[in-house]
Design a protein around this ligand. Sequence first.
Ligand SMILES: C[S@@+](CC[C@H](N)C(=O)[O-])C[C@H]1O[C@@H](n2cnc3c(N)ncnc32)[C@H](O)[C@@H]1O
Length: 397
Amino acid sequence: MILLLHVSMSAVFPYPSQIVITCFPKQSPWLAKEVEELGFTVESQSVSEVEFKGFMDDCLRLNMYLRTAGRVLFQLSRFRANNADELYKKIIEIPWEKYLKKDGYFSVTSWVRNDSINDDRFANVRIKDAIVDRMNKKNGMRPDSGPLRDHTVIHLYWKDDKVRLYFDTSGNTISKHGYRKIPFKAPMIESLASSAILASGWDMASSFVNPMCGSGTLAIEAALMATKSAPGLIRNNYGFMHINGYDESSWKGFKRLAGLQKKVDLDFKIIASDMSNEALRAARENAKLAGVEHLIEFVKCDFRETPIPKENGVIMLNPEYGERLGADKDLELIYAEIGDFFKKHCQGYMGYVFTGNLDLAKKVGLRASRRVEFFNARIDSRLLEYQLYQGSQKHKS
Ligand SMILES: C[S@@+](CC[C@H](N)C(=O)[O-])C[C@H]1O[C@@H](n2cnc3c(N)ncnc32)[C@H](O)[C@@H]1O
């Protein structure tokens, strides 16, 4: 069921505008899927963005539900400017006093490709000057500005003479879902873990097994998805909360309704295992903060001994990956043994290995039925899919 939001910000933002949602490169297909499931129609999509028309109120709903997104941007203005002076003149014409608090705090972020600008920070400074000058003239007071993204955030996109100005309604990124207080080592960012799960096509109704769980991100995201727990339920601050028109009680009401959609129990197993006590401690603690600790069976063991429920489902691993093939013979062996483990113990499952080392991936030795491209930070990565039929044979990948 899609929850509609009947709040708040339409008095200040009565008209629809372009909404741009950013994500890490290659996650946009999964972001687009989520956006469409929320009832929107994506108009355009690039490697790290999706775009469509909507209202400011829609941005609140998107921030509440999206798992694979980075930032939800609401377009405030579009115009042309050849240089920083032209930019300043256009920005000072915008009625900022309508949108910003007199004594508020704002920050400016930007993406600039304009020949007159060598340093994006200069564009940010000109925007800040224009906003502060306008607010000072209208109110006799200057809002504060600085680098913190936990208040109002204004985002500039400027390519050649084309300018788009947005409210970043997320503020701090929503790629992080707020529960991971203990990262352990090389954790996947939460939006990447949820994109990988969406990419697997897991039905959210059958077993999900995550050996080598580290800080537990994959298992926790699986539990959050299966229980329909919106990421916004565990977050208390967004950029939109610092823009005029935000009404706290409507948002709280919406959050309460989103909370009611949450399932308390699951009738299948989610298993997270790791050989490290420290990893399991982190995973448990993180799962507790996410409110799903009771839904995950944590097991301390070598990945080869992970209990595999009889009821089939998805098994997904994110093993460590060294820099170069040959750099770490132990890792080559581990990848080969993942293949053996899949073949011997996980028959009937869909097996997935998420790795940033494509050479090591070949050591798994099973034929991948699909290779989904991702980036993990800046590392070109793949989610490799293996159909683990009864009696899977070893093949060269
Ligand atoms: C790259 S980390 C996984 C990170 C995880 N996806 C996250 O988001 O936190 C790999 C994990 O594999 C575990 N590991 C390495 N070798 C293992 C083995 N033979 N059996 C079980 N766990 C192992 C490590 O302890 C580490 O926690």
